[in-house]
Design a protein around this ligand. Structure first.
Ligand code: 5GP
Ligand code: ZN
Length: 113
């Protein structure tokens, strides 16, 4: 999608602090981190949000979670981490390209799951 921020980051048209890339997945540090470690994991295929996942594109989600496990090992997140996805207005989604937040590096508490 030509007007999608994360598609532009994946294409290298907008710089990012990349932490992981493979054929299907791109991951980079959030520009406004909400924890000591805050990484965004995105499928290279443009999917707007979790409500658009179907049998035809769900493999992209599996690939994201395979990447999340690799990133957790790479970044040494041995004390644990949280994975969050926001979908739609009430969840506060601001970038409409499916992404998973990895939050780590401090005790995250037991509120908001
Ligand atoms: P959402 O609120 O849609 O779940 O998350 C979007 C995230 O993208 C936010 O945490 C925001 O800080 C991050 N973000 C927005 N623009 C940029 C950018 O240009 N670069 C990076 N690295 N992160 C961004
Ligand atoms: Zn996109």
């Amino acid at each position: 999608m030509s007007d999608c921020l994360f598609c532009k980051i994946i294409a290298g048209e907008i710089p990012s602090d990349k932490v992981y890339e493979d054929e299907n997945v791109f991951a980079f540090r959030d520009i406004h981190p909400q924890a000591p470690v805050h990484i965004l994991v995105v499928p290279k295929t443009h999917i707007a949000c979790a409500a658009d996942i179907t049998a035809d594109n769900s493999a992209e989600v599996a690939r994201c979670f395979e990447a999340i496990a690799k990133i957790a090992a790479q970044e040494g997140l041995n004390d644990g981490f949280r994975v969050i996805n926001n979908c739609g207005e009430n969840a506060g989604q601001t970038v409409f390209h499916l992404h998973f937040h990895i939050l780590a590096g401090k005790t995250l508490g037991e509120t908001l799951v």
